[in-house]
Design a protein around this ligand. Sequence first.
Ligand code: SF4
Ligand code: SF4
Length: 434
Amino acid sequence: MLSARPVRGRFRRLRSVANAALIAVLFAIPWLRVNGQPLVLLDIPARRFHVFGLVIFPQELFFLWLLVAGLALSLFFFTALLGRLWCGWACPQTVFTDVFAGIARRIQGWKGTTPPRRVARWRVAATHAVWLALAWVVAFHLVAYFRSPYEIVAGLRAGLLDPTPMAFLGAVTALCYLDFAFVRQTFCKYLCPYARFQSVLFDRDTLVVAYDTARGEPRGKRGTTSGDCVDCGLCVAVCPTGIDIRRGLQLECVACTQCIDACDGVMQRIGRAPHLIGYRSLAGAEGRAARVLRPRIAIYAALLAGLVAVFVTLIARRLPMDLYVSHAGSALVAHAADGRTGNVFSVRITNRGLAPRSFHLALEDGDGLELVAGLNPIPVAGASSLQTDVFVLAAADSHPHSRELRFVLEPAEGGPRVVRSAHFLVTGGDENGN
Ligand code: SF4
Ligand code: SF4
């Protein structure tokens, strides 16, 4: 059962604009490209994460942890300052539940704030058909954060999409449909972990949606009491979580502002001042000036600033490439056709930049040893790794011995170097080549 239709008001208008903007951003991001690379793509099979121009490889997962920690700290900071701003204005659960409810009201022809007594079957069927179609569109864009939307579309057109993304698309469509059409704000009330720990983040200066008890009470029919609340019950009727905000701050309140618009409308009709329900801090409701700067805000801000500083420093010191070297195959020592002793090494070169680039591989202090590679400089596509085998051969007239090698990789046009060690092995003889 949907709650009563939200009453027209300034917050409802603002929420419509915010919802449209957020959905546009959420849907646009997977399609956007920078230098031919996705703006955001969590490519798990390729073990590569594109995050706003930064390509994170498995060796650098700490960047992903820093981003997640930054988002969590930002949430703590803004929650302590502005309450459940995320829940009311940005959470996809709230945004899509709003959109799904709006579709139902429009198709089922709601005239006032409550549903019509009887809804024709075709209207109910049409509502579910549109809900299912929209759930598919939402699911497509969620899956597109893990698999390129261009690949999904091409696969769907050719009927050749792997079963895995197809299965995800089907499962996420079903989940979105059930969640936004039936579960709705019950998710916020009983399942959302953020709602559980928000009480730890709040204090008396946090901005929340609250009822002005001093002004509203004692409540009663107009003209029968001195309080401004006429006990019309509209704020309860429009509340998607079904609570009565007049009982004080409650865990179930998602700060959707629908009760503010409803009450402002009532106040306007009876010629009283608005904001009987409004954004205020509990300190403000008690007549005390609310403080913006307080210890917990300063701590969250300092932690956030520290995290940003670490992130920026790591990015500034990040090399444009990486190199991994290991012995290739099971035979550690090989002999070339001309009888020279050599080792085969497997090298993996990672180009962390978005543009294609060539890298020069060499040996540092490789006296008496020669590096043989199919191509050198070695071209590597943007945001990719390339694995290839190279040979290190001892010179014909030398007496090779086992020793440490230092592989040096640098961009063909010059720049910072990466040095990796490996062991050159020789069978027979001693370590001194005798
Ligand atoms: S109490 Fe008001 S702001 Fe809170 S969830 Fe209900 S309608 Fe939304
Ligand atoms: S909408 Fe306003 S006037 Fe009506 S019951 Fe709620 S607080 Fe009272």
